[in-house]
Design a protein around this ligand. Structure first.
Ligand code: PLP
Length: 429
């Protein structure tokens, strides 16, 4: 960089192309409910609840107070070996009571990626200590997102997220997302060598893709038949997004493990969990597995756990899951309006989630999806383009029906402005 180049920022934004972003930052200042304000005083409706997590909405003083109280008392401590803290013990009890797993144990991490990596290590270690070390392979779905840490990157089903990083974890098999027959073939082919199947109840970052009817029932049946562990990644769907505490319940699943994060604190503190059933616990809690050589500096962080407890209390006392259930048909009805636009190829919904897939012809104009996102932002709605082609809608649970209508009205205008922009672009070479 020459000396004359103005340096606008030193902040290397995650998931960004700094060539485009460095001179064009949106700097948030504060938030309340479903609204965010930037430093210039512009207001935005947060259509995505930040990164799928701000379920109780922005600006919750109760959560700030829970953090402050805990920080003054005991901000952080080691939780390795015999050490523990009260918020972690209480939150583990609370999550175990809510989870669709009998007699669950809860392992804490700092977020979804660490939860996925922890779950992979747990299932591989499980089979090793059970005397079947040849069971190491993991089956995942195309389009899946399982975080950005080492194992999660290896498990990714979105090509761009796992390509270009050199050699990753061997023994990962990808299957088409909704094809139970393909899964059965993989289970047959690798019989006795599979450790686990990992999947999101509804594919999130891959474009908001609900499963086809009966898919999860068949996955669960195959896992039982071939004795493959079932790990359900509920980082997006956990803690209410599908109108149940866990998406697994919606699909009648009894997983061996659940990974979750985001909604456990609504993002007010970084926290993730792996919820483990009795089978996984057995060798570690009752058998001779010995020391599980895994854990993070911030595993069971007392401040994060105190925020988690306070957040779950809000979800319960304000009956936010019931609220999600009542908003699901409203969102579905409103986004259906978008399906009628020529710029939209398909609208998909599941719980309080929607993916607005853009027209493939318009997507041939480079930058079309980003343009629509920008047009929405300029009109006061924050969304983003999942896998470069589907607009994400995953609002805070506290969003009102009127705000949902405003959100969709604004997306209509943004889609029209984006289409008009695309019409003016030179044809692709
Ligand atoms: N798993 C799923 C299904 C996710 O959607 C995400 C993040 O969006 C992750 C894992 C990773 O979580 P984090 O970004 O908190 O590390």
């Amino acid at each position: 960089m020459s000396d004359s180049t103005p340096r606008r920022t030193r902040f290397w934004h995650p998931f960004s192309n700094m060539v485009e972003v460095a001179a064009d930052e949106v700097v948030f200042d504060h938030g309340e409910g479903a609204w965010l304000w930037d430093e210039a005083g512009r207001r935005y409706l947060d259509a995505t609840a930040a990164l799928w997590y701000c379920n109780v909405g922005h600006g919750r003083r109760e959560l700030a107070e829970a953090a402050a109280t805990q920080m003054v008392r005991l901000a952080a401590c080691s939780n390795f070996g015999q050490l523990a803290n009260r918020p972690a013990l209480d939150l583990a009890d609370r999550i175990a009571a809510l989870a669709p797993i009998e007699d669950a144990a809860v392992f804490f991490t700092s977020g979804g990626s660490e939860s996925v990596d922890t779950a992979v290590k747990m299932v591989r270690r499980y089979w090793t200590v059970c005397g079947q070390p040849e069971r190491q392979m993991i089956v995942v779905r195309e389009g899946a997102y399982h975080g950005m840490a080492g194992y999660g990157t290896s498990l990714a089903g979105i090509e761009g997220n796992y390509q270009g990083f050199g050699e990753l974890l061997p023994g990962v098999v990808r299957v088409p997302a909704d094809d139970a027959a393909a899964l059965a073939r993989v289970f047959h082919e690798h019989r006795g060598r599979l450790a686990a199947f990992f999947g999101e109840p509804v594919i999130g970052a891959g474009g908001v893709r609900p499963p086809v009817e009966g898919y999860w029932t068949e996955v669960a049946r195959l896992c039982r038949e071939f004795d493959v562990l079932l790990a359900v990644d509920e980082v997006v769907t956990g803690f209410g997004r599908l109108g149940e505490w866990f998406g697994s319940r919606r699909f009648g699943l009894k997983p061996d493990l659940i990974t979750a994060a985001k909604g456990v604190t609504s993002g007010y503190a970084p926290l993730g969990v792996v919820i483990c059933g009795p089978r996984i616990q057995e060798p570690f809690w009752h058998g001779n597995a010995g020391l599980f050589r895994h854990g993070y500096t911030y595993s069971a962080h007392p401040t994060a756990c105190a925020v988690g407890l306070a957040n779950l209390k809000i979800v319960e006392s304000e009956r936010l899951i019931e609220r999600v259930r009542s908003l699901i048909p409203v969102l579905a009805r409103e986004v259906e309006r978008l399906a009628r636009r020529s710029s939209v190829a398909q609208v998909r919904t599941a719980g309080l989630l929607a993916g607005i897939e853009l027209d493939p012809v318009l997507l041939q104009t480079p930058g079309f999806a980003d343009r629509v996102v920008k047009e929405a932002r300029e009109r006061g709605v924050l969304t983003r383009a999942l896998v470069g082609k589907a607009l994400q809608i995953s609002p805070p649970f506290v969003i009102s029906e009127e705000q949902i209508r405003l959100l969709v009205d604004t997306l209509e205008a943004a889609l029209d402005a984006g289409s008009a922009w695309a019409a003016q672009q030179p044809p692709a070479a």
